[in-house]
Design a protein around this ligand. Sequence first.
Ligand SMILES: Cc1ncc(C[n+]2csc(CCOP(=O)(O)OP(=O)(O)O)c2C)c(N)n1
Length: 384
Amino acid sequence: MPRVPLEPRFTIEYLSVLDSDGNLDTTLEPQISPDDLKRLYRAMLLGRRLDERMVRLQRQGRIGTFAPIKGQEASQMGSVFTLRPTDWMVPSFRETGAMLWRGWPIEKILLFFAGYLEGGQPAPDHHDLPITVPVATQLPHAVGLAYAAQYRGDDAIVMAYFGDGATSEGDFHEALNFAGVWHVPIVFVCQNNQWAISVPLKKQTHSRTLAQKALAYGFPGIQVDGNDVLAVYAASREAVERARAGDGPTLIECVTYRLGVHTTADDPTRYRSDEEVKEWVRKDPLTRFSAYLQKRNLLEEGLEEKLDDEIAAAVKRFEAAAVADPLTMFDHVYAELPPHLVTQREEMVQRVRSRVIEPPAGGETEQLESPPLRGQRRTSRWPS
Ligand SMILES: Cc1ncc(C[n+]2csc(CCOP(=O)(O)OP(=O)(O)O)c2C)c(N)n1
C-alpha cells in the first residue's frame, strides 16, 4: 500500500500591516475610524506611561513585585480593543494595558501590586477574570467560560492571554484540546515576547511557530507582527467574529518582545544581549503607530502630560488607602483552614499585635472594604 498524504495540509500565515517606520500596506489596512485610532493610541500610551511609573514606584518601595508590559502594548491593545464589554477577558499577570482598557481603575491595579486583596477583585459587573500568576492555569478556566457562553446560548466570547512559556504547560494543551473538541467561542492570544524569564523561545519549543499548535487541536492559528497594532487588530477582529458566529476558537501568536525586566525582581542583562534589546527597540510598537498617526494628522498635542496627570491622581488615591491587611492571605483559598495554616495565621496575629507588622495608621487613611468572596466568611481586618 502506498503512503497517502492526508488532507488538510497545513500552512500558517504571518500578518503585518505597518512596517517599523509606520509605512502601510494599504491593501491590508483595517477599517478603523479616526476616533478609534486615537483611542487605541491613547490606551497604548497610557499603558506605557503607567508601566514606567509602576517600575519607579516599585524601586521606591511603594508597591511590590510588578511585571511590566513595555514593548507589548500593540499585542494587548490591538486584541482587547475588539471585545465588547459583555465578552470575557482572561489575563495572565502581564496584561496591565488590557486591564486598563477593560475599565480597571489605575489605583486598583496599584493596590493589586501592593498586595491588597481588593486590587485583585474584578467589579461585580466586570466580565474579566482576576490576574493569574501560576502560568497557564487561567486557560482551562477560560475554556470553561466559553463553554458556559455556548451552553447558555448567549453571544459572549472569551479572549485569553498567555506567554510563549505557557505553551509548554499541560494546561495550555488541555485547554486547546477542549476548545477544539467543544468548538467554543474563544480567542487565545499568545504574546510571544521571546523569553520566559531567562528561557529563550528556542529552548521552549522546536516548532517553527507557536501558532501552528492550534492546528493539532483542529482550529486555525495565525502569527502576527505583535508590534504592529493594526495587524493585531485585524487578526483579532477576524478571530472574534469567527468565535461569535459559532465557528470556534482561534490561536493568535503575537510576535513581540519584552523590552524591560521580566518582573522587578529580574535582571535581564544576565541572560540577553544589549544588541538584541536595541534591535527590538527599533521595532517599538508606539513609535511605529505614532509615525502612522502623524502621517494621518491624528496625533494629539500634550497627550503624554494629560496621561501623566491622570496617573499621578490615581497614585494619590492609591496612597490614601490604609496598609494591606496581611491576614487576608489566609482567607480565600480554603473554606476551612488546615491546621498548619491555622498555626501560621495565629503567629501572624501575634506579630501584628506586637507591631512587628505595623497596623494602619488610622485617621488619615481610608479603610478599604474587603468583601468576602462567594461562600466565604468575612474576617476582621485587624485583631483587637
Ligand atoms: C506553574 C508555574 N510555574 C512557574 C512559575 C514561575 N514563573 C513565573 S512567570 C514565568 C515565565 C512565564 O513565561 P511566559 O509564559 O513566556 O510569560 P511572560 O512572563 O514572558 O509574559 C515562570 C516560569 C509560575 N508562575 N507558575
